[in-house]
Every structure is written in structure tokens, then in C-alpha cells.
Design a protein around this ligand. Structure first.
Ligand SMILES: Cc1cc2nc3c(=O)[nH]c(=O)nc-3n(C[C@H](O)[C@H](O)[C@H](O)COP(=O)(O)OP(=O)(O)OC[C@H]3O[C@@H](n4cnc5c(N)ncnc54)[C@H](O)[C@@H]3O)c2cc1C
Length: 391
């Protein structure tokens, strides 16, 4: 089915993004996977091209483009021609908006221009060894010491953790309340801020994922982001966009996997026929095509609703749940259609399969997505309502 959400200027942007990725990202994919981190200057190059924090207003160096379709296009092209471990999306759309929306004028002037140029790389640190899905369990805390906060604790699994220059750290600031937390911008070089090792992972090898440690870090008062003790609510506010990003990325990977596998199955022969011509495989392609078209219609609709500022948490959760689980089914089927080659690192489908596994875990696991969706239809044991009340 043709997609109908893009105008001519979007297609022009798609061409420009593709050219950039083919020139500046594609040649480095293998080396980045080996060194387990993208080159630092990849961010600078993306910044030069105007691809980072496109939403930022011109006074902060950005293009003032709020339309999410541009980010969607960039993700789609990146899945095909770039490197899904190059987390410019986390930088631009997952972390950047915290500064753009919650920052004071002084903070925005201080940080945003360098986020747009790629001189600063961004990360967000919520997860801790003992708290992931349940963020209220975090133990990192920040004490008010008059002219600064004293930050102590540790975080784990932090994407862009090695490269990041600014990390938004979630810390408890009110021990009387499970949700009494605040957001702090911790800067590279602050005394007591240490990075652990770059963590070894099943997939997404070019993405630096690290532990972070905060030992008596003096965070100036000017680095509190948003309101004191309102951190939990600030996090909830940005989660719909985070989940939409995840859905867009997963669907884009599924499409990319389908495309290369389709070509492969049309060339590879067995028993005198193309692999693609066995009925069982034709039906696999038919099923994948159907599911991806149906998912795309929903995700595209979510993008447009998000552009109007109306995307609900439960619709974003549905998009993420469905797209990430579909990505898993598609990449798995595509490995199977490649046979032994599908297990070999030199075939891109092999990496797509291992990269995809994390999509159902981070940015809220599939189980947490189902929890959100169930609550949205009245199945919320916390409220002890009967299903009659919910109807
Ligand atoms: C590669 C990678 C990158 C990441 N990047 C970041 C990052 O940049 N910043 C950051 O802060 N975090 C990041 N994370 C952390 C990620 O968000 C968490 O791993 C995720 O939220 C799950 O938390 P957990 O690992 O503690 O699992 P747990 O919360 O311990 O969950 C374990 C299992 O229990 C299930 N479960 C939990 N609660 C429920 C429930 N109520 N009902 C049913 N099942 C439940 C989960 O779905 C899961 O299957 C990253 C993780 C990975 C793997």
C-alpha cells in the first residue's frame, strides 16, 4: 500500500539523508562494530548536515523543524543505508527535547547550539543495576547542599555512555515519596563522574553502552533540569515520543530485512528452483508484507497524531509493542530464508537479527507496553474497578 503522509519536501530530504548515510556512515559500519563505538566525528558530520536536533529553534542553531516525519525518514534511511548503532536519534529526539522543553533560557543557550552541531553528544541515565522497568526503585540520590547538589550513585546500560558529553541523570531528591526524583545535567569532566567499561552485548555492537558512576559529584544548581521533585512526571511526559521512535526504528529494520531477503531468495536456487518460489516461502513473504503494511499504517498515523501533539501513552505503547515484536518475527524469518548464510556475520541479516533483540526490552519492555495498554482499557488492578465501570 502506498504511504500518503509525505510531501515533496520530505522526499527531497529522504534523498539527501540517503546520500549522507551512504557517504559518511556506510563505509564505517564494520569498523565501528569492531571498535564497539562509532567515530566521535560522525556526530559532527551529522550536525554539519543539519541532521541533529532539527526541532531546535534557529536562535539555538537548529532549523526549527518540529515535523516528526523528518526524523522518521532519517530512521528509515538509516536502517537501510546507515548503522542502527549510531544513536543520533537518541541524541536528537529522545534526550535533546528534555533540554529544549524543560531547560531555562540560560540552559538552552548554554547547551543546545552544541547539541545541534554535534560538539556535545547526549545520553539519559535512568536505569540502575537494581531498577529498570520500575524506575521508582532507583537509589542514586542528590542532596541539596545550598549552592549545589551532591550526587551519589550509579547507572547501567546507558546508551552513548562512552561518548556522551552531557548526561541527564535521574536521582532521588525526596526520600518520603517513591516518585520524588529530579533530573540533573551532568557534564563531561565533572569531578567524581566516572565511566565504567563499554559493555559487551549480543548485538548493536557499534553502540557504546556503559555503566556510569557518580561519587560525590557537585552538580551546580544551574544544572537542575525542570522542576525539583517532578522528575518522574517529566520522564512520563517524554515516553510517548521515545516509544514512537522505537516503533519507527523497528519497522524500518523489518523493511530493510525484508528487502535484502527478498533479493536473496529470488537469486538463490535449491532443487532447481528459486528459494522464493517454494509455496511455503512465498507465503512467508506474503505474511511479512501484510503485517508490515498494516503496522506501517498505524505507525504513520501515530506520527501524524504526534505532530499534532496528541499521541497518547497507550497508542505509543501499541505502536512500540507491535512494531518491535514484528521486527523480531521478520528478522527471524529472514535469517531462516538465508539458510546458513543467515548465521554468518558477513551477511547483514545476521546482524539485523541480533540488533533487533533488544527492541522488545529497552524503552519499556513488551510486558510494560502490555501493562500500559491493559490499564488504558480499564484493566488496572490498582484502581480495583470492575469491567462494567470501565465500559
Ligand atoms: C542495549 C541497551 C541500551 C539501553 N539504553 C538505556 C539508556 O540509554 N538509558 C537508560 O536509562 N536505560 C537504558 N537501558 C535500560 C533498559 O531501559 C532496561 O533494560 C529496561 O527498561 C528493562 O529493565 P531491566 O533491564 O531492569 O529489566 P527488569 O525491569 O528487571 O525486567 C525483567 C523482566 O521482567 C519483566 N517485568 C518487569 N516488570 C514487569 C511487570 N510489571 N509485569 C510483567 N513483567 C514485568 C520485564 O518485562 C522483563 O522481561 C538500555 C538497555 C539495553 C539492553
Amino acid at each position: 500500500m502506498d504511504r500518503n503522509i509525505f510531501e515533496e519536501e520530505h522526499e527531497m530530504f529522504r534523498d539527501a539523508a540517503r546520500s549522507f548515510l551512504i557517504k559518511e556512515v556506510q563505509p564505517h559500519v564494520d569498523r565501528w562494530a569492531e571498535q564497539e563505538v562509532v567515530d566521535r566525528d560522525a556526530f559532527l558530520k551529522a550536525g554539519e548536515q543539519g541532521l541533529l536536533c532539527m526541532w531546535a529553534d534557529e536562535e539555538y542553531g537548529g532549523a526549527g523543524v518540529k515535523d516528526f516525519r523528518y526524523e522518521q525518514i532519517l530512521m528509515e534511511e538509516n536502517a537501510k543505508y546507515g548503522d542502527v548503532g549510531f544513536f543520533m536519534f537518541l541524541h536528537s529526539r529522545l534526550v535533546g527535547p528534555y533540554i529544549g522543553d524543560l531547560g531555562t533560557e540560560e540552559q538552552k543557550m548554554r547547551w543546545l547550539p552544541k547539541c545541534v552541531s554535534g560538539e556535545y553528544v547526549l545520553a539519559i541515565a535512568m536505569t540502575e543495576p537494581g531498577a529498570g522497568s520500575d524506575i521508582s526503585g532507583i537509589r542514586t540520590r542528590a542532596e541539596d547542599k545550598g549552592d549545589h547538589f551532591l550526587l551519589n550513585g550509579s547507572k547501567t546500560f546507558i546508551s552513548n555512555g562512552i561518548l556522551a558529553d552531557l548526561v541527564i541523570v535521574v536521582a532521588k531528591t525526596n526520600s518520603d515519596n517513591d516518585h520524588g526524583m529530579s533530573l540533573f545535567v551532568v557534564e563531561r569532566g565533572m569531578e567524581g563522574f566516572e565511566r565504567g567499561k563499554n559493555l559487551k552485548k549480543m548485538g548493536m555492537h557499534s553502540q557504546d553502552t556503559a555503566e556510569l558512576f557518580f561519587n560525590n559529584v557537585k552538580v551546580p544548581k544551574e544544572n537542575l533540569l525542570g522542576e525539583l521533585n517532578r522528575g518522574f512526571y517529566h520522564l512520563m511526559h517524554f515516553l510517548a515520543e521515545e516509544r514512537l521512535l522505537s516503533a519507527v526504528g523497528s519497522l524500518a529494520t523489518a523493511e530493510a530485512a525484508f528487502a535484502i531477503t527478498f533479493d536473496y531468495a529470488c537469486e538463490r536456487l535449491a532443487f532447481g528452483r528459486r528459494i522464493a518460489d517454494f509455496q511455503v516461502n512465498r507465503f512467508k513473504f506474503a505474511d511479512m508484507r501484510t503485517e508490515m503494511d498494516v503496522a506501517q499504517a498505524f505507525v504513520d498515523r501515530c506520527v501524524m497524531v504526534h505532530n499534532d501533539g496528541e499521541l497518547s501513552a497507550d497508542d505509543a505503547a501499541k505502536a512500540k509493542l507491535y512494531a518491535t515484536e514484528l521486527e523480531d518475527r521478520v528478522t527471524d524469518t529472514c535469517v531462516q530464508l538465508h539458510g546458513g548464510n543467515g548465521y554468518m556475520d558477513e551477511y547483514p541479516i545476521s546482524r539485523m537479527y541480533t540488533n533487533a533483540r533488544v527492541s522488545r526490552i529497552y524503552a519499556g519492555s513488551s510486558e510494560i507496553m502490555r501493562e500500559i495498554i491493559a490499564r488504558s482499557i480499564g484493566l488496572d488492578p490498582r484502581k480495583k474497578k470492575s469491567h462494567h465501570d470501565a465500559a
